[in-house]
Design a binder for this molecule. Sequence first.
Ligand code: HEC
Length: 149
Amino acid sequence: MLIIDPSARLTRTAVAIGLTCLAVLSEPAAAADGWFTPAQATQGHQFFNNQCAQCHRPDLSGAAGPALVGPAFLATWANRPLSDLYTFEHTKMPAVNPGSVPPEQLWAITAYILQKNGFASGDSNLSDTAASRPLVSSSSTPASVTHGK
Ligand code: HEC
């Protein structure tokens, strides 16, 4: 006679569901957790070179203005809402002519700064819809450290 043990089947099902969840959780964070599109960051790099690099250098290492990449920068801005950084940029930068950069360009510039600090790219552009999102990077290694310039 065939005995089907329902509890064994349940256990197998539970294990299967558990493994599925694990697989989902360990997916690369890119799409869902991304901050900007690679194209936006590339555009931001151009805007940054035109409007910010004279004081912060094209690689963000700092000159007349402080470095915008690395531990000191992250110590200031990490874990605060994105809007803190954006608002600072918008009201204080560029230091010679604050507020002169159109929002769309400033978001792209911010995308470039985040990219250089190791934040992940994703499917949508950085914008004020992410304003309240705390600046927490999924990667602890700034791109500038691993890729040079
Ligand atoms: C004329 C020089 C100059 C230009 C151009 C300039 N900055 Fe700055 N920036 C500074 C100085 C000086 C500071 C430090 C002032 C302060 O903290 O109040 C600073 C500070 C900053 C900070 C804060 C850094 C930190 O860790 O506290 C950010 C972010 C920033 N600038 C972004 C930008 C962006 C984005 C642009 C281009 C749109 C830009 N800056 C253009 C001189 C400049």
